[in-house]
Design a protein around this ligand. Sequence first.
Ligand SMILES: [Fe+2]
Length: 248
Amino acid sequence: MIDLHCHILPGIDDGPKTLGQSLAMARHALSNGIRLSVATPHIHLGCYDNNFDSIRDAQQKFQQALAEEGIALQLGMAAEVRVDAHLPGLVEAGKLPFLGNWEGYLALLIEFPDNHLPAGSEALVLWLIDRGILPVIAHPERNRAFVSHPNKLIPFVELGCLMQITAASLTGLFGTDVRQYAVSLVRQGLVTFMASDAHNLEKRSPNMLPALDRLHALIGREKADDLVNGNPQKLLGQIQHSQHQRVT
Ligand SMILES: [Fe+2]
């Protein structure tokens, strides 16, 4: 499997605090069937002031540590970018790392606040798409606005946004309503990717196998595989190109 969304770099956000914790997460990912993890630290100015350069530096150091420890996990890099008033400026400054390419667009992992949908979110998505940037919406099933009012997700689907659900949502970590909404999104064929969104080895670990079993039961093995292998591979196919193509 390819894990497109995880917080595995040490000391850069609310993920692992130490290199040892990061290495333990990497071993855990590998032993649970993940061959490639894309490190996606938060970019949330005022909380986690990361940018392309800080994430790249942390990723290169961790890559080196993985090699020294003989851990065969492949490591990519991107970011989970908060939807707020800073986002357009970050795009214009070319300071955001992209997940990859999708049908001619640069794919950007974006995160709405957990408890609401900011005013102007649709306009912001349109603004991004006009600039060749296609949002991948991180865990829509965990946003209270979408859970309570699923129709609010429809405009983003119609605009072409890709959807990433979190594996543990399917197994109930975030509650019954989140699990049921995640199941509903999967059944409707609205989910493009499933990722771990791992932060640690305790509650939010990089183990997607229990959720993969749920996917198998919901949509069959072939479609389940698309969410953790086929679609991520398609997205990452030109990752090097996208990492070097800054938006100006
Ligand atoms: Fe995340």
